[in-house]
Design a protein. Structure first.
Length: 99
């Protein structure tokens, strides 16, 4: 997901290749490779590991990344990560959205 927030150009991605899912951000304007990629979230607000994520979109009205996991309940569903005006995650946690 490509977004411009706070004057920075970002790529956000949900990951599905591993023992758990996670969300990362690449700051395309950052010159220092040591801080260019950052972890946005790898757990939910209850401290549970995220499942493997395979879809991502942006809700501009709620300022949330929406991420999906295609699996039967309780592993599948939709999670939201709220971003501030600068593209930083507000809590560093994902919130599972009710069906």
């Amino acid at each position: 997901m490509y977004l411009v927030l706070g004057g920075h150009h970002y790529l956000f991605q949900g990951h599905e290749g591993g023992p758990q899912g996670y969300v990362t951000r690449i700051d395309l304007d950052e010159k220092n490779p040591a801080v260019r990629v950052s972890l946005v979230a790898d757990t939910d607000v209850d401290g549970k590991k995220l499942p493997n994520l395979d879809g991502i979109t942006w809700n501009p009205f709620t300022r949330q990344l929406l991420l999906t996991a295609e699996a039967r309940y309780p592993n599948g569903g939709v999670w939201a990560v709220t971003l501030d005006d600068s593209g930083n995650e507000e809590a560093g946690k994902a919130v599972r959205l009710p069906a």
